[in-house]
Write a protein that binds this ligand. Structure first.
Ligand code: SF4
Ligand code: SF4
Length: 453
């Protein structure tokens, strides 16, 4: 049985009833995935993961195939980028990311043929090292949005690995609107099962737990069948049905809900014996091992009041978002807000010219009414943000100390423990921009720390 989030907080000595009862709005839950026609060009950004950016390994005029490596890095904390269409490299360009940073990108003109790279073959997995090397070669990063290179996650230090006894598969998908992970569980459940076989063997875990919110009954049934088949062959697996309350899919919340364990501040899940993988990530890893085709496409949910036809679409990575919009029938009206990701943790985009990244799982387009254009008013000290915070933080104080750039107080209030889930802002009756303030507060703390080194 899922433990109540209240239990998580009471164990931590924090407030009860955290998180937010956000509306689900899973309009696309019954929309089977459709393939986007091959785009004319793709823009493959060289920084699609946490860690060192890749450098282009191709130049203008080169012929590439689907799966050809077009960017890589010698840094361990990185993941290669592969061509998602066959064609010709048009140019090496610079792209301005949503956070304002400039990153190199390989632009490929498609030949429309989608010819796979003839050198691609399924990897031979004879050892743990082979599997870790395959995870890197696949270009896989955390597809739940974090972009953490998977080969790093699967290769903890020997002392940490010795503690790991649980593989936790994140199928919560607690963000409103998004249904791409749910479609993964319904459409590609065999890949998920294969991925669990590979990774549970690699980590030598005692159990695998698949956490899913109770608003996805079809996915729960499908995964229960997968869990039962795996258990019958000796890979002990169970499904944990979780109350649909945001942010159930946040890593630390999910771990507590599914295992009863709490990740201490400053520690990683593996330190308490848990490795968490997103439900789509583990499926992509298995597909690579089966076919040798690296991560070149992504299922994304397209929804929101300004889009003509909401749907789930499989798109080549690097596709300009506006091509997906056109495939979905265009806009009903010019969107007032474009979000990459869900409304709680998504990133606002200035334009639909931006290309799809590996870790994107949805794009939302809102008209003016739905775009929450309200201006913030003064904090009325109602305390709702404190009650909503699953990490037991005081968002209203974090905002106040950010305003006066008090790094010491921000540190004392554990600002770095904020996972930017947005629950506090969601419940705030004054529409305070709490998450934006906290992000700024983290930057203030980081800058002060760097200066004092
Ligand atoms: S302070 Fe951070 S962790 Fe807490 S509710 Fe707000 S965004 Fe989420
Ligand atoms: S929820 Fe909003 S109004 Fe209430 S205390 Fe927090 S910041 Fe202030």
């Amino acid at each position: 049985m899922a433990r109540k989030v209240n239990g998580f907080l009471s164990r931590l000595g924090l407030v009860k009833d955290p998180g937010a009862a956000v509306p689900h709005r899973k309009h696309t839950k019954d929309c089977a995935t459709v393939d986007l026609p091959v785009p004319e060009k793709v823009i493959l950004v060289m920084q699609q993961h946490i860690g060192a950016p890749c450098a282009p390994t191709v130049k203008a005029g080169d012929t590439v195939y689907v799966g050809t490596v077009v960017g890589d890095s010698p840094a361990p904390f990185s993941a290669p980028v592969h061509a998602s269409v066959s064609g010709t490299v048009d140019k090496i360009d610079t792209v301005i990311m949503p956070n304002g940073s400039k990153v190199q990108a390989v632009v490929i003109k498609s030949d429309g043929q989608q010819t796979p790279d003839p050198k691609l073959t399924p990897p031979s997995i004879q050892s743990d090292d082979d599997l870790i090397a395959a995870a890197r070669a696949s270009g896989l990063v955390g597809l739940g949005g974090a972009g953490f290179p998977t080969h790093i996650k699967l290769n903890p230090s020997p002392d940490v690995k010795a503690k790991v006894d649980t593989l936790l598969i994140n199928g919560a998908e607690c963000e409103p609107y998004l249904t791409s992970d749910m479609r993964q569980m319904l459409e590609d459940f065999d890949d998920i099962a294969d991925g669990i076989r590979h990774v549970s063997r690699l980590l030598d875990v005692n159990q695998t737990v698949i956490g899913i919110e109770d608003n996805k009954p079809e996915a729960i049934e499908t995964m229960k069948k997968v869990a039962s088949d795996l258990s019958a062959e000796g890979v002990t697996t169970r499904v944990e049905v979780l109350p649909a309350r945001y942010p159930q899919g946040a890593e630390k919340v999910l771990i507590h809900q599914c295992t009863g364990r709490s990740v201490p501040m400053g520690k990683l899940p593996a330190d308490i014996g848990v490795v968490v993988m997103n439900v789509t990530s583990i499926g992509v890893l298995a597909r690579y091992i089966k076919t040798g085709m690296p991560l070149v496409s992504k299922r994304v949910t397209v929804d929101g009041s300004a889009i003509q036809t909401p749907m789930n679409v499989r798109v080549p990575i690097g596709t300009p978002i506006k091509d997906i919009v056109a495939f979905c029938g265009g806009y009903k009206e010019t969107p007032a807000k474009i979000l990459c990701g869900g409304p709680m943790m998504g990133t606002a985009l200035m334009t639909d010219d931006f290309p799809v990244l590996k870790q994107n799982n949805g794009f939302l387009f809102f008209d003016r009414q739905e775009a929450d254009m309200m201006e913030p008013t003064n904090c009325i000290r109602c305390g709702r943000c404190v009650q909503a915070c699953p990490m037991g933080l005081m968002p209203t104080k974090l905002e106040a100390y950010t305003r006066i750039a008090d790094a010491q107080m921000l540190k004392k209030l554990n600002i770095t423990n904020c996972m930017e889930c947005g629950s506090c802002a969601f419940v705030c009756p004054a529409d305070r921009r709490l998450v934006q303030a906290i992000r700024l507060g983290k930057t203030i703390v980081r800058n002060v720390d760097q200066e004092s080194r």
